[in-house]
Write a protein that binds this ligand. Sequence first.
Ligand code: ADP
Length: 472
Amino acid sequence: MFLKRGTNFLRTTTFRLTLWYLVVFSILSLAVFLVGYVSLASHLHNQTDHEIMDMAKAFEALYKEHGVTALQGEFTREAESRGTKRMFFQLFSPEGILLATSDLSQWNGFVTPHLAASAPSLGQVSFRTLSLAGHRHKVRVMISKADTDGNVLIIGNTLQDAEIMLEKYRETFGTALMAMLVCGGLVGWLLARKAMSGVQRVTDTATRIGRHDLRRRVELAGEGEEIKALAHAFNAMLERIESLLNELQQITDNVAHELRTPITRIRGIAETTLKGSGDLNEYREMAASIIDGSDDLIEMIGTMLEIAKTDSGVAELNLVPMNIQEIVEEAADLFTPMAEDRGINIRLDKPPHQTVEVLGDRSRLQRVVANLLDNAIKYTPYGGTVILSVDEYAGGVKVEISDTGVGINEKDIFHVFERFYRGDKSRSTTGSGLGLSLALAIIHAHGGNITVKSTDTGSVFSILLPSKQSLR
Ligand code: ADP
């Protein structure tokens, strides 16, 4: 069937389910057997006891009316008609002397004065079940006082019929149980195999998935909800892995592409200098250019690593309660000289009385605000304005950075948060296309989001962060 070579059959779920099924099935069958057996056995015993009692009553009546001789005759007749092998009757005097008895030749002369001595008081009967030497079957014996003088009547009846019937019952049930266990085991195994077939399909798909075959999915085919849920979860996981791998592929392509340009440039500088006049100043210039180029590369690689670590959750955030207004104000102060150089006015729209606290990593949030503010200044022409504001927003905080800059094209706006993406309008400005990706990764790691709106007359970037309270 569908077991892989090397799989231990005894450890498969199919086998275990079948085994469980068989164990439960056997226990239930045995319980049914026991209930039937006990009630049959007690019914047979009761029947024997009633028969003996009826006989005892008849004997007592006869004895009271006609005496010992009549009883002796009746003992002999009754034993002969029922079989001297099957029954015996005895009457004892209070002293233990045998007054009357049926033919005891089949009973090895079994006389029971010791039983007569243990007779209960008049009007009561006691029953014993005895095993006799030389007799295969047990004997049911009744002991009772026959009259007020203390004479004791004892009647013995073999339990042969009852025992044979019970033996037959055991044999029949044993055979039926065996047949039921074989059929039950087969049915159990088929059911278990059917139940596990969905799991097997998931396993097969997982086994067949290779490096270039991530498109494969587990097909759903009318199994129970649990298997459906497993297949759905597995397919969803494959979906995620596939999209992550695609993303990774894209990032790798981008990285290779983005690194090639500066490295080629650095190589070009070195080559030109080598082919040049060999003047020391030329070499100095080359060294300085190579250092600058290398610094840019190092910064780009550092940012890429930071994005990857933040995105994957490897970078641990040092979360502390903080007032985001302070960070915005500090950033505004820090960038004012640069903005003034470009004739740009930075304005804080809200007075510094905001008290909405967020749980955040201070240095990382500073970096986010700095990146957005740097962009706003970078993409705003001389004489423009950049406005910063902090506001409460749907259970959190909204930091808005708006500018009167060049804006973002409709075709670019959906891509500006992608790694290395640079809009058409930014071709003439320096940059790596990583600033917004890093900002978004950091804000996502804080449980927030960044949105952007833009027109030809400027852009508005909004950082949304959950408040400290809403994170609890
Ligand atoms: P970089 O600024 O280094 O190019 P970013 O990731 O910071 O990279 O930004 C990605 C792109 O988004 C930029 O190239 C630019 O086209 C666009 N952009 C970002 N901020 C603004 C802004 N304030 N105004 C206009 N365009 C912007």
